[in-house]
Design a protein around this ligand. Structure first.
Ligand code: NAD
Length: 415
């Protein structure tokens, strides 16, 4: 049975990398646990005047290379171990992209779909008041993640600015454009993944024009992923899904039509001219490219053997278990691992921080050019490490990223 506790998986991946790098015991110990974490209770006045108390977290995993950076999730199944794992992965992601940042993550156990806009705003502001002394532009900078939006970032920035008595646009990234957001942030995660797909296709000799793709998860990362594989490379999306199920059509599904349908009905299911497909079947779809853009642990030792895709793009965090990784590597499936593949989001968030600091706005072209440079460089560094050490792409990404974090800790005299 695959381990499914995300933090146990993250720790196992760290131990594995520490063995490859032959790290000292103190270095390993620092990497295996978060440096700091905060648990908060957030009382929220509901519309019916009752008060509900929500549990929230913020984890600062490692800040040796700079202020922590990482998203904030609103999800009914959120756990502290998920947040710890995501904060660890943010640490490696920022390091891999060579950003001067550490890793953090936050979460609130709630179902935003069941909250009214007023309740969601009060919860968002309440979270910032609860963690207000723990985060700051210099210490720890949150961003959107699953079920959190630019509007939520705007409320949080506003609440923090009121607490500080001055505008603090740099507190948070993924803000709307009129409030110091960056051009290109909306599709940055998916676009960054596309740059790595382009490089991978070059290495594998895969012709992307007319290649087929399946997309699991049709939210921020997944819907842009579907649109961009079509518009950038001419791929044909033949299946896609969300939390309620999926649809398929071998002749191709227009990503723009799925977006329209989802906006009208809040799901991809029922899209005209398609047949239903389950989330399990999407993983095993007969396609060239499988884009994973939902949640953790969807490719496991139970289904990895049945994956038919040549390339897996992990836009989601932690979608593949370590056992599945080994099976996929043996099968020759080229996995572009999460903290490389989806690093476009944090990279443009970093550009947003830089622009906020200098009160200067870059053009969309400049953002995309800089993103391409960083993603392409990181992809080839990982590929190189994979070849040198004869290890899969995820282990290789760990080797590149963890080595830099350890070097920073050594230079600071921590280990
Ligand atoms: P989102 O809330 O916009 O979308 C999530 C999507 O997944 C929704 O369409 C939802 O219906 C679907 N989903 C939920 N449970 C599912 C299930 N069991 N099976 C299939 N689909 C399911 O979130 P997002 O921001 O797109 O994040 C998706 C993943 O990408 C997460 O793992 C997140 O950590 C990762 N990620 C996102 C960003 C970003 O910038 N948005 C950056 C890096 C990583």
């Amino acid at each position: 049975m695959s381990e499914t506790n995300p933090f146990a998986i993250a720790q196992r991946q760290i131990n594995d990398c520490a063995d490859i790098l032959k790290l000292q015991a103190s270095e390993r110990a620092m990497l295996l646990t978060p440096m700091r974490e905060l648990h908060v209770s957030i009382p929220v006045r509901m519309d019916d005047r009752s008060v509900r108390v929500f549990q929230g977290f913020r984890v600062q995993y490692n800040d040796a290379r700079g202020p922590c950076k990482g998203g904030l999730r609103f999800h009914p199944d959120e756990t502290i171990d998920t947040v710890r794992a995501l904060a660890a992965w943010m640490t490696w992601k920022c390091s891999l992209l060579d950003l001067p940042l550490g890793g953090g993550k936050g979460g609130v156990i709630c179902n935003p779909k069941e909250l009214t806009p007023g309740e969601l705003e009060r919860l968002s502001r309440g979270y910032v008041r609860a963690v207000g002394t723990f985060i700051s532009p210099e210490k720890d900078v949150p961003a959107p993640d699953v079920y959190t939006t630019p509007q939520i970032m705007a409320w949080m920035m506003d609440e923090y600015s009121k607490m500080a008595g001055e505008n603090k646009f740099g507190l948070i990234t993924g803000k709307p454009l009129p409030l110091g957001g960056s051009a290109g942030r909306g599709d940055a995660t998916a676009r960054g993944g596309m740059f790595t797909l382009r490089e991978a296709a070059g290495v594998l000799g895969l012709n992307l024009k007319n290649a087929t793709a399946a997309v699991q998860g049709f939210g921020n990362a997944g819907n842009f992923g579907a649109q961009l594989v079509e518009s950038m490379f001419g791929c044909r999306v033949v299946a896609c899904s969300d939390s309620r199920g999926g649809v398929r059509n071998r002749d191709g599904i227009s990503a723009a039509e799925v977006c329209r349908h989802k906006e009208e009905t809040s799901s991809v299911i029922g899209l005209p001219k398609c047949t239903p497909v389950s989330n399990e079947e999407i993983i095993e779809a007969d396609v060239d490219i499988l884009i994973l853009a939902a949640l953790e642990n969807v490719v496991t030792d139970r289904n990895a053997d049945r994956v038919k895709a040549k390339v897996i793009l992990e836009l989601a965090n932690g979608p593949t278990t370590p056992e599945a990784d080994d099976i996929l590597y043996r099968k020759g499936v080229h996995v572009i691992p999460d903290f490389l593949c989806n690093a476009g989001g944090v990279t443009v968030s970093y550009f947003e921080m830089v622009q906020n600091m200098y009160l200067y706005c870059w053009s969309l072209e400049e953002v995309q050019r800089q993103l391409d440079l960083r993603m392409t460089k990181a992809y080839h560094q990982v590929l190189e490490a994979s070849k040198t050490h004869r290890i899969n792409m995820r282990r290789a990404a760990y080797v590149v990223a963890v080595r830099r974090v350890v070097e920073a800790m050594q230079l600071r005299g921590w280990v």
